[in-house]
Write a protein that binds this ligand. Sequence first.
Ligand code: BES
Ligand code: MN
Ligand code: ZN
Length: 510
Amino acid sequence: MRISFVTEKQPKSGAVVAGLGEGGKLPAAAKELDKAAGGALSRALSHARSPGKRGDILEVTAPGGLSNSRVLLVGLGKPAELTARNLEDLGGSLAAKLNALGESEATLFGTTFAGGPSAEEAGAHLAFGALLRSYRFDKYRTTEKADAKPSLKKLAIGVEKTAPAKRIYDGLEKVAAGVFTTRDIVSEPANIIYPKSFVQEAKKLEKLGIKLQVLGEKEMKKLGMGALLGVGQGSIRESQLLVLRWDGLAEKAKSKSQGKSPGKAGQPLAIVGKGVTFDTGGISIKPAAGMGDMKWDMGGAGVVLGLMAALAGRKAKVNVIGICGLVENMPDGNAQRPGDIVTSASGQTIEVLNTDAEGRLVLADALWYAQEKFKPKTIVDLATLTGAIMVSLGRSTAGLFSNDDDLSTQLTAAGKEVSEPLWRMPMGEEYDRMIDSDAADMKNIGGRWAGSTTAAQFLQRFVQKGTPWAHLDIAGVTWSEKDQPTVPKGATAFGVRLLDRWIRDNHEGK
Ligand code: BES
Ligand code: MN
Ligand code: ZN
């Protein structure tokens, strides 16, 4: 789909879409059309059930007097409540509707209200929403009928001034590119994406200026990463630790710290992702039903990739390290057994009582490496870590666990702004005791209760004192069973927009 910004008021062909405020008065853009159509629009409007209700679409097909295929009047709701996010949802829903109708071209006019987003901002966010919704992972569908495929090829956004709208949209488009990077890699099956092929995909980001560093099993063994390596040892695919680096502040930091010790300015943020490219459960094998879902158990690592692409794409003024712990968890003659004791890179020993609680083992060594090697000022990890978080929070909100109140507040606020909501979950000593082991420093399961929190307590044992850290359990939100306004069903990329926003609001140029 090609998106453009235009100033033309009366497109001759395709569908025309105009916004309608609550109460249902025709906006300026539609008045002209109504006149040309001999009042067909106002007549249709007089029969609408709740004119202007946000998201309601009134459809007038081939009105006489107009050469357009359709006019759609879309409800914008209460003017005072119209936000950039609402407009994205509207843009997304409209894109879906236009595709369902078989339209190949459409022009969208965003009506604006005093106090709300400007016409240019509104137009850019409408377009962004339409773009996000138009994502499709269809590379393996070779026999799909033409009339089942999306029809919308050209989407024009009508604004007063194209240049400012385009400028806003350019930044948003880079974020969408990051979102698509994540959705692409998370959607791929596990016979295509395994640790080494994940790294190959990541190499495509080098053209954006991202630097890569890869550790294989030999290097990880040297570093004593027994926790991560234990998970991968039943797989014929070699485990990998992938480090991505975006130095958007490098120049500034260098000049600032000349003669001085390198201050906090250059210290990076670290984003760490669980990248279990397939999770069978290992010897503690999962039941067959639904096991295919575990192809997206690398969702956290997928978000790391997409976030780095977004930051580099829009040349964010920030230094960020992305770390992906990449392994495949398989049962095999060489797989680790329940009861095995492994030694992590931190030196702490772990009794592996359930080989299906593998994500925390991978993250233990990845988190440790992030701190030892890069001394980050803040760490955020993302992981499809526990089924228990879905029991707690369902399929729309991710769990937030943190040792830092300010960081939690920032992340929660960012999530709210982009509709990727987080809910902070409790942590504490009483939970920490639940993973004490009789045989080693800790065990990798905490029993029946508070399963997401005991997993987070496990991770916290690998976070060094004084480092602000947050863990996002995204098991419930990485994959969507249904279409949402800006998220088609499938891989959501939940986390990319959130962390992009968090960085933009709290760390850029700082
Ligand atoms: N990858 C799973 C968690 C998961 C489940 C993600 C469903 C997405 C959807 C994780 O590795 C796992 O198996 N966790 C176990 C932990 C248990 C053995 C303590 C779980 O949640 O059952
Ligand atoms: Mn598992
Ligand atoms: Zn897993």
